[in-house]
Ligand binder design. Structure first.
Ligand code: IDP
Ligand code: MG
Length: 140
């Protein structure tokens, strides 16, 4: 196993409910380190660009509107097998399918408002990190 970096976001449903600390604890308790972090409020263009991969899916418009409905917290997580480890800590996309103890099982409100985003591959992690952080903002 290698030390890896992945991109993570805490979504507007979670910032709204003031539970960012509870979510961040899940990453740290599992051994991932936060090596970059910032709170931002995206505009439609930024959210649309980030989720462009889902442009053809029926929920794209609603997803973009949800992602600009409040602030988000972006972070770079570092640790062993960070991409897969983060996906495991997050749980399944639909909270109804998520395992006990995962972030989405404990905190998500719905399939859309599911509290966190995490990169799904090392390649996408690199792209998403580069899209959202300058190299100088990442402090390992
Ligand atoms: P992931 O976040 O687990 O990687 P994706 O399939 O990449 O899941 O979908 C991106 C995001 O789009 C999900 O986290 C969720 O917020 C939203 N989403 C996915 N499927 C649906 C759907 O069927 N209806 C509404 N929103 C959805
Ligand atoms: Mg995804």
């Amino acid at each position: 196993m290698a030390i890896e970096r992945t991109f993570s976001m805490i979504k507007p449903d979670a910032t709204k409910r003031n539970i960012t600390g509870k979510i961040i604890s899940k990453f740290e308790d599992a051994g991932l380190r936060i090596v970059a972090q910032k709170r931002v409020h995206w505009n439609k263009e930024q959210a649309g660009e980030f989720y462009a991969v889902h442009k053809e899916r029926p929920f794209y418009g609603e997803l973009v509107d949800f992602m600009i409905s409040g602030p988000i917290v972006m972070q770079v997580l570092e640790g062993e097998d960070a991409v897969a480890a983060n996906r495991k800590i997050m749980g399944a996309t639909n909270p109804e399918d998520a395992d006990a103890g995962t972030i989405r099982k404990e905190f998500a409100e719905s399939l859309e408002a599911n509290s966190v985003h995490g990169s799904d591959s090392p390649e996408n992690a690199a792209l998403e990190i580069a899209m959202c952080f300058d190299e100088s903002e990442i402090v390992g």
